[in-house]
Design a protein around this ligand. Structure first.
Ligand code: FEO
Length: 392
């Protein structure tokens, strides 16, 4: 049931007879986490699990407090919850914990020990009297059903837990399998999920691998994340993508061409490289760092098996946005890819040297000679770019 009678898009839906989803779309144009543009929006999800006792799973961002309060109250249909399960303390899910406790003062908060510590940091008060601490394999008995907890440290914060309902085979996966974009399940999941994964969780591949190893032992019918749609089909495909992404294997055999141009000459070189690659039948993704957010370049870098970076020289160094991009992927453990370099400089070209130094800190294979353009691409440069593209 979709309604848009508020400035937020909201939904209350039955996931099963006894599990209800409340989903609200962020009503603002602000970047997610203060960093990532979300032109297609992003949702915050909470779940209500009813047994003899009732648990509410997580809260929402402060930006939707009033809508959250209203929709949660409506979805509870007069039931007073016994528990608030806090899977993750990042404020997009945890901002309304104190409001929840004001609304339902007898409820117990069920969470991890690390989350309790963070709660006290965020709220500057002793939260221990109202918290029950759970760890790996702890269970919460709701009378007619139980939720079992799994620790999921650094997916993508250290305190994260997930929970599993064995009766209905539901995995409540916190940020895992979440995505940018609307709730609408018909919206292409991949387009929002890949950028979400690599920018937010990408650094923590080994932790995701540990989680997937645990999840293998569970029979799962639905994955219920805190952002985006509940996944209730093709679960093998989604888990397979998470396995590929978290093991740093490329999803697509092809080349990301990421460039940062001042006046368009470096852009022409990047476009020429893309053309050469396409003429060889190679899938290509061009990303313009000046006009597109870095998060799209991070996504492309990981998706493809190779990358060509092209950038201008700036003040004896490197175009700052390219520097920022390379530092970002280095911090996110970019690895196991082929990379080629194109530099441009009207005097004292240094961009290539700086790009190679930054790439030198990453476990990647730099292929070919760096191509040096002096102001604008000439015929010799075209030939060098063609040769470089032949290496991918
Ligand atoms: Fe959706 Fe890590 O918070």
């Amino acid at each position: 049931m979709w309604r848009s009678d508020y400035h937020t898009i909201k939904m209350i839906a039955k996931i099963t007879d006894s599990v209800t989803l409340v989903s609200l779309q962020d009503p603002t144009d602000e970047p997610f986490e203060g960093r990532y543009p979300v032109p297609e929006g992003v949702t915050y999800n909470v779940y209500i699990v009813k047994g003899a006792k009732t648990a509410v799973l997580d809260t929402m961002d402060a930006k939707v407090t009033e809508e959250w309060r209203k929709e949660l109250t409506e979805a509870l249909e007069g039931t007073v919850p016994d528990y608030l399960i806090v899977h993750h303390m990042e404020p997009d899910h945890a901002s309304n914990i104190l409001n929840f406790m004001e609304m339902y003062p007898k409820a117990r908060i069920v969470t991890s020990a690390k989350a309790l510590k963070m709660m006290e940091q965020f709220f500057n008060r002793d939260m221990s009297p109202c918290c029950d601490i759970v760890a790996e394999d702890s269970e919460l008995d709701l009378g007619t059903r139980k939720l079992r907890f799994m620790e999921a440290p650094l997916v993508h914060w250290p305190e994260v837990i997930m929970s599993y309902d064995a009766d209905e085979k539901l995995l409540f996966s916190a940020d895992g399998f979440g995505r940018f974009g609307p709730y609408d399940p018909s919206f292409d999941w991949l387009s929002g999920a890949r950028r979400y994964y690599f920018n937010i969780v990408g650094k923590f591949g080994s932790n995701v691998q540990k989680l997937l190893a645990k999840a293998k032992n569970l029979e799962i019918s639905k994955i219920c994340p805190l952002h985006g749609p509940v996944l209730d089909r093709d679960l093998e495909k989604y888990v397979g993508l998470y396995d590929t992404w978290s093991s740093y294997r490329p999803e697509t055999d092809g080349v990301a061409v990421v460039y940062a141009s001042f006046y368009g000459n470096t852009a022409k070189a990047a476009e020429y490289a893309a053309e050469c690659l396409r003429s060889r039948g190679r899938p290509v993704k061009l990303v313009d760092l000046v006009h597109q957010d870095i998060s799209y370049a991070v996504e492309a870098a990981y998706q493809y098996s190779g990358m060509i970076v092209a950038a201008t020289t700036y003040e004896g160094g490197l175009n700052p946005v390219m520097e920022m991009f390379l530092r970002e992927i280095s911090a996110k453990k970019y690895q196991s890819r082929k990379v080629g370099v194109i530099e441009n400089g009207s005097f004292g070209a240094t961009a290539g040297k700086h790009m190679l130094a930054l790439l030198g800190d990453m476990p990647v294979e730099v292929v070919g000679e760096k191509v040096t353009i002096l102001s604008s691409m000439n015929d010799a440069n075209k030939k060098q770019i063609e040769e470089l593209c032949g290496l991918f």
